[in-house]
Design a protein around this ligand. Sequence first.
Ligand code: NAD
Length: 297
Amino acid sequence: MFGSVVMGMGTVGAVRIRDILAPLPSSTAEKLSVKGFISRRILEEHQGVKQITFEDALSRDDIKVAFVCSENSAHEENVRMFLEAGKHVCIEYPMAMTHRTAVDLSNLAQEKGVVLHEEHIELLTAEYKQLKKDIAGKKLEEGFLHFTGGPLKPGFGFPSFSGIARLTWLVEMFGELRVTAASMVEDQEKMYTKMTAQLMTKDNKCLTWIEERGPGLPRAKNINFHFDSCTITQLPPAPREPVGLFMQDLVLFSQKLMGQVPRDQLHAERWRVLHCLELADRIQQLSEQSQGLTQDA
Ligand code: NAD
């Protein structure tokens, strides 16, 4: 059994505890147990699980695994401390707020011989799986992905990091990308942000990614993928799957803990995670430069 601790009792932290307490029957997720949770608030108990201190979690031998579900700006420090203590880590995306940090953390996990898994539930949704099937074998000519949603709480970082799920879709569908331009419009008083990134595939096909957030904006993804043979403007309808997204992720993580995930799959995942964070870094740099230019003008 892998004794675990869950850190950060927000929406996802509570889901993690729920899923570890009631794992998918006959799956590797049954190998996890929850020994406690960590929160900055005094909560004492959550779903029958006891609150413990960070120090306790780091030093206890019966805790082998940490789920880091805190806000994005705290990921680096929390993940590093658990890895240094020799614990396996499941980190909710994004792993870190810079590419350099993610590379360091990934190397540290390798040195320590532990699993560092970045959760990406957006790749597990039924509609995404269907979209991936629908585009198989088609040649992209041009693509557009526009995400809208409400404002984020502080601590979730620059939109290319907080929105890494959308970038991960693009990289999973179209492979290695490069950033050709990026800009950001922000109105702090109105809690409004709009980031626009221009990306290019290896075949020099253009992709536009927009992350737009503000009060009242519906949570939605608008797509327009133009292929040699057709254009896709809507996510395909797909029946809801019986196993929840975080549970699917828990099964994948526990398979990694059990050494059941093939090496080439692990390498491909590591490449994808680091490539996305490298792109996110570049988008942030170019956007900040463009904001600087606007302010100077
Ligand atoms: P959240 O805002 O619900 O919680 C984030 C953190 O804030 C937690 O550490 C929580 O303990 C802390 N927190 C919340 N309320 C607090 C309070 N009143 N006082 C002190 N601390 C408080 O965020 P979340 O949706 O659970 O996201 C956590 C992580 O999971 C993020 O890295 C996010 O990117 C990632 N993620 C979230 C989802 C999702 O569907 N929510 C999906 C995939 C990944």
